[in-house]
Design a protein. Structure first.
Length: 302
């Protein structure tokens, strides 16, 4: 016997996110009635994570579904929603949720105009598109946005997928998404740069060297915030910072890379936050800037 309140769910976009969330909703005993999948990879993903679910045209999915999950790229979302509205596809009372971090429910105004209910459900997690993501959802938080009366529905859907909902105001969605992208995406770049440098000086397995350091750093930062800050910048060790900058300048010159600019930007941000916490004196900040080769008072060309 089906649990009460079970929905017929349609998944538009069998990418890494859509297929996994569809599988999570199915595990909560909702019925996934159809999925759209264009590429071969998305079709294989749908077969693996949503076995037995028919691959349908988008308009057919919307017609059959009580909950439509739009798991498409940010830049495609508005055009898709508006296009379906022109086709009079949206139905009164239908739940329509997107998974974009950048947008709240404003982008779903054509849905609202048709009498459907707009929801924004963004998982703050990176996805592999494999079944292991279902386990990761249990530690995941979703940024949810909805009209006040509909927020409990959005929250309940997230809880049913095993995750934790956190309400994000419509006006704060872009900053919310920027914070996640800054932390997650830029961490990948940082790790890639560090691994590259270690590999090029002969370290055969940079990951085994960086792994314990980065895991401990992340755990300390999450537990203690900026109290966990350490290293030459926070200590005002100008000589070491200068040596780093010079070595990276020479390295980038040979590799034609982007490491020096990233190091300079993060060291400057670290120094300014250290000053605000009283770890560095203002005059030490100027010394750090000079050591980095980014002294704002230095004349052009120096």
């Amino acid at each position: 016997m089906a649990r009460p309140g079970r929905l017929g769910v349609g998944i538009i976009g069998a990418g890494k996110v859509g297929a996994v969330l569809g599988a999570a909703l199915r595990a909560a005993e909702h019925a996934v009635v159809g999925v759209s999948a264009v590429s071969e990879a998305s079709r294989e993903r749908a077969e693996t994570l949503l076995p037995g679910v028919p691959v349908l045209e988008i308009q057919d999915i919307v017609e059959r579904s009580e909950l439509v999950l739009l798991a498409v790229p940010d830049d495609a979302l508005g055009e898709l929603v508006a296009g379906l509205a022109k086709l009079a596809a949206w139905q009164p009372g239908q739940l329509v949720a997107h998974t974009s971090g950048r947008f709240g429910v404003g982008i779903l105004n054509p849905v609202r105009a048709a009498g459907a209910i707009p929801l924004a459900l963004h998982p703050a997690m990176t996805f592999t598109g494999m079944s292991l993501d279902l386990t990761r959802l249990l530690d995941c938080t979703f940024g949810v946005t909805a009209d006040a009366a509909m927020l409990p529905i959005a929250q309940a859907l997230v809880v049913e997928m095993g995750a934790e909902p956190v309400a994000i105001a419509e006006a704060d969605r872009t900053l919310y998404h920027a914070s996640l992208a800054h932390s997650s995406n830029h961490m990948v770049t940082l790790v890639a740069q560090a691994s590259q440098m270690l590999r090029e000086i002969g370290v055969e397995n940079p990951e085994s060297m960086l792994g314990p350091l980065l895991r401990a750093t992340l755990e300390n930062a999450l537990a203690s915030g900026e109290s966990a800050l350490t290293g030459p910048v926070a200590r005002g060790d100008v000589g070491t910072v200068s040596a780093h900058a010079q070595a990276l300048k020479e390295y980038d010159g040979g590799a034609g890379g982007d490491v020096l600019a990233a190091y300079q930007a993060m060291a400057q941000a670290t120094a300014r936050r250290a000053v605000s916490r009283g770890l560095l004196r203002p005059e030490q900040l100027n010394e750090i800037d000079e050591a980095l080769g980014t002294d704002p008072k230095a004349p052009e060309g120096n």
